[in-house]
Design a protein around this ligand. Structure first.
Ligand SMILES: O=C(O)[C@H](O)COP(=O)(O)O
Length: 229
């Protein structure tokens, strides 16, 4: 049986500051570090030890992966970093405070930007201090100016199919350390959640979510949080 572990990074500096983050690179807080270590403890306790790892090119996810793997004695496994697992790009909202945006644009508009399926936030302006087009890690990549969940799915799913799925087919225990919305994209696909229902799905920081697959990668059981197992 193959197993998949999905792990959202631990609390980040901007989770704590309540700022829209997206592709901007921020570090983990002390709490985030503790959450990542606790995730590793949980994997060890359940003898659910990853053999292959995937993560984004953002340090909050990379560090979470490393802290988790270190804690369960698996820092040595092969890992691949890819921008397709990045958080969804928050466009012109990047860096802004979520509560201030609620005061300015209203609760409903902010909810639409954060959770609707296909309404992207406003584009990031040319010359924004948060523009990452020239960052060397994105050389050769058309850095988006904004992304809805739908657009995020359009880059996460092909990567899932071409690169992650074959590892599960080979019987590996795969860990994907990524972000709230890149993981919502994967969970939507794996659990067959509709465009409407996905608006209600939240993914907490640092909590391993597990999928088990049987013959021909048929889901053997619906996803569950390892802390509840
Ligand atoms: O990018 C961000 O701001 C967070 O990682 C996810 O934020 P959200 O819960 O508002 O989508």
């Amino acid at each position: 049986m193959s197993k998949l572990i999905l792990l959202r990074h631990g609390q980040s500096e901007w989770n704590l500051a309540n700022r829209f983050t997206g592709w901007w690179d921020v570090d983990l807080t002390e709490k985030g570090v503790a959450e990542a270590r606790a995730a590793g403890d949980l994997l060890r306790e359940h003898d659910l030890l990853p053999s292959v790892a995937f993560t984004s090119v953002q340090i909050r996810a990379i560090k979470t992966l490393h802290l988790t793997l270190e804690q369960c004695g698996r820092l040595w496994i092969p890992e691949t970093k890819d921008w397709r697992l990045n958080e969804r790009h928050y466009g012109g909202l990047t860096g802004l405070n979520k509560d201030e945006m609620r005061e300015k644009h209203g609760e409903e508009q902010v909810h639409i930007w954060r959770r609707s399926f296909d309404v992207p936030p406003p584009d990031m302006e040319q010359g924004s201090e948060f523009d990452l087009s020239d960052d060397p890690r994105y050389a050769g990549i058309a850095v988006p100016r904004t992304e809805s969940l739908k657009l995020t799915i359009e880059r996460v799913l092909p990567y899932w199919q071409s690169t992650i799925l074959p590892q599960l087919s080979s019987g590996e225990t795969v860990i994907v350390a990524a972000h709230g919305n890149s993981l919502r994209a994967l969970v939507k696909h794996l659990s067959g959640i509709s465009d409407d229902e996905i608006t209600g799905l939240e993914i907490p920081t640092g909590q391993p979510i597990v999928y088990e697959f049987g013959e021909n990668l048929r889901p053997a059981r619906e996803r569950y949080y390892l802390k509840d197992a």
